[in-house]
Design a protein around this ligand. Structure first.
Ligand SMILES: Cc1ncc(COP(=O)(O)O)c(C=O)c1O
Length: 446
C-alpha cells in the first residue's frame, strides 16, 4: 500500500500540525503556502501575488532571490560548505574586510552568530565580562529576540510570557524610549536622558545600555537629533557601554548602512542580522571596539557555537554588501524618504484613523488611532497579551485581499519594503491602504 503523501494533508495543514508556529497559540494557525518569491513580490500556491511591503520580517532588503546572493551561496557550498569555526577561512576574511569599511567608526572586531537573538546574547555576555558588572538597561519598546537573555532585554509584552516561568535573566532594568508622538512619560530627549542619568546615579553595577537606534517592530520610533549624542556622552560619563541593536535598523533601512550613523555616534558594541544577507542565510553579527576586544586578549572569550562563522552564512553577506553598493541602495533609501513622507502624509489627510506617519529612509509606520485628539490606539500590549482580537489584524487581512503583505502590530502598520521598491509599487500599496483604512476610519472619531 502506498503511503499518502503528507499523511493526506495539505502543506499548510501538515506544517501547522507537525511544526511550531512562533509567537502564537498553535490553535488557529493557518500559514500561507508560499511557493515563489522574486524582487518585491512573493506568491501563494494558488498563484496569488503579494507585494511584500514589510520585506517579510523587515529583512529581505535586496528583494527576493537576488541572483548574486543566490550564486554566492551555491559557489560557497561547492567550494567549502563547512569547517569548524576555530579555523580561518577566506570568506571570513573577506566579510570582515567589507564590514570594516561600513560599520560605525571605531568598531573593528566581529563575532559571527546565526541570528539577531544569538548576537544579542553574545553582546550582553561580552559587556558583562568586559565591565565585570551585570546590570543592563534596556527600553520598554525594544525587541531584542527570543532566548532568555534577549527576551529579558525585550521591553514589550513578549517578555511577559517568560516571566511567570522565570526564564528571564536577572539584572535587566527597563527605561522609557523617546517617542515624539507619545511623549509620555517624558516630553523631550533631554528629559529621557535626564532619567537615564538619574537611574545611573541610583544604580550600581550597570554594564550597558542597549537600544534599537530606530525602534523597529514597536513603532518605527525615530529619536530627535540630540538623543544619541547625549546618550553617548552619558554612557561615557558613567563608564557604561552603549550597545546598538541594529538587527532591523541596519543595512540601508533608514538611509545609512546603520541608523546610528545618522547622529555621528558610535556604540561600543553593535549587533546586527537580517539585512546582512538580505535574510537569504541566517547570520547575526556582533561588532566591538578594539577596547572591548582587547579585554579578551587575556580574558577568556567564553562563547561560541558549532555554526558560528559558518561559510554558508558569510558568503551571502559578502555578496549582499556588493549588491547594496552596486544597486546604490543605501543612497536610494535616503532618496525615497521624501517620497514616502509625501505619499503616506497624503494618506493621513484622507483617513481620520491615521494618527501619525513617521519614518526614515524606507522604514515607516502608520499609527492608527480611534481619535486624533486623545491618540487612543486600537490595541495595546495588554490587549495582545490577553489574546483579545486586534483591529489591526483586520486591516492586515484587508491589505492581503488587495495583494499587499504588511506587518501590523498593536495599532500600527510597518512599511519596510525591499529597498528596490519603485514609486509605482508604493502607489499600489497606497491604493490598497486607501481600501484597508476604511475599517479603522469607520471606528474612528472623524
Ligand atoms: C531589533 C531586533 N533585535 C533582535 C531581533 C532578533 O533577531 P532574530 O529574529 O534574528 O533572532 C529582532 C528581530 O526582529 C529585532 O528586530
Amino acid at each position: 500500500m502506498t503511503k499518502a503523501p503528507l499523511r493526506g494533508m495539505s502543506v499548510p495543514d501538515f506544517v501547522a500540525r507537525y511544526s511550531f508556529g512562533t509567537w502564537r497559540p498553535q490553535k488557529g494557525w493557518k500559514p500561507m503556502h508560499v511557493t515563489k518569491a522574486e524582487g518585491v513580490y512573493f506568491w501563494e500556491a494558488s498563484g496569488k501575488r503579494f507585494l511584500d511591503m514589510s520585506a517579510q520580517l523587515m529583512c529581505s532588503n535586496l528583494g527576493h532571490q537576488n541572483e548574486v546572493v543566490v550564486e554566492a551561496i551555491c559557489r560557497q557550498a561547492r567550494e567549502l560548505a563547512f569547517v569548524a569555526p576555530g579555523h580561518a577561512t577566506t570568506i571570513r576574511a573577506q566579510l570582515t574586510e567589507k564590514l570594516l569599511d561600513i560599520v560605525p567608526d571605531g568598531l573593528e572586531k566581529f563575532f559571527y552568530a546565526t541570528s539577531g537573538t544569538e548576537a544579542n546574547e553574545c553582546a550582553i555576555k561580552m559587556a558583562r565580562l568586559f565591565t565585570g558588572k551585570h546590570k543592563i538597561i534596556a527600553r520598554y519598546n525594544g525587541y531584542h529576540g527570543s532566548t532568555a537573555t534577549a527576551m529579558s532585554l525585550t521591553g514589550d509584552y513578549r517578555r511577559w510570557f517568560a516571566e511567570p516561568i522565570r526564564s528571564t535573566i536577572d539584572g535587566v532594568l527597563h527605561a522609557p524610549e523617546c517617542n515624539p508622538y507619545r511623549p509620555v512619560p517624558f516630553r523631550s530627549a533631554s528629559d529621557v536622558i535626564d532619567y537615564y542619568d538619574y537611574m545611573l546615579k541610583n544604580e550600581a553595577h550597570v554594564a550597558a545600555i542597549i537600544v534599537e537606534p530606530v525602534v523597529g517592530t514597536n513603532g518605527v520610533l525615530v529619536p530627535p537629533d540630540d538623543y544619541f549624542p547625549r546618550l553617548r556622552a552619558l554612557c561615557d560619563q558613567h563608564g557604561v557601554l552603549l550597545i546598538a541593536d541594529e538587527v532591523m535598523s541596519g543595512w540601508g533601512r533608514t538611509g545609512k548602512w546603520f541608523a546610528i550613523q545618522h547622529w555621528g555616534v558610535s556604540p561600543d558594541i553593535l549587533v546586527t542580522a537580517k539585512g546582512v544577507t538580505s535574510a537569504m542565510a541566517p547570520l547575526g553579527v556582533v561588532a566591538t571596539t578594539r577596547k572591548v576586544a582587547d579585554y579578551f586578549e587575556d580574558g577568556w572569550f567564553a562563547h561560541g557555537h558549532t555554526y558560528e562563522s559558518h561559510p554558508l552564512t558569510l558568503a551571502p553577506a559578502v555578496a549582499a554588501i556588493d549588491e547594496y553598493r552596486r544597486l546604490n541602495l543605501i543612497a536610494r533609501s535616503a532618496q525615497m524618504e521624501p517620497v514616502f513622507a509625501a505619499k503616506l502624509g497624503a494618506l493621513k489627510d484622507r483617513h481620520p484613523s491615521v494618527g501619525d506617519v513617521r519614518g526614515k529612509g524606507m522604514f515607516w509606520a502608520l499609527e492608527l488611532v480611534k481619535d486624533r485628539a486623545s491618540k487612543e490606539p486600537f490595541g495595546t500590549f495588554k490587549d495582545k497579551y490577553a489574546r483579545k482580537p486586534m483591529v489591526i489584524d483586520q486591516v492586515v487581512a484587508k491589505l492581503a485581499e488587495h495583494g499587499v503583505s504588511m506587518i501590523g502590530w498593536m495599532s500600527h502598520l510597518v512599511l519596510a519594503p525591499p529597498l528596490i521598491l519603485t514609486e509605482g509599487q508604493l502607489d499600489d500599496c497606497v491604493a490598497a491602504l486607501d481600501e484597508a483604512l476604511k475599517i479603522t476610519d469607520a471606528l474612528a472619531k472623524g
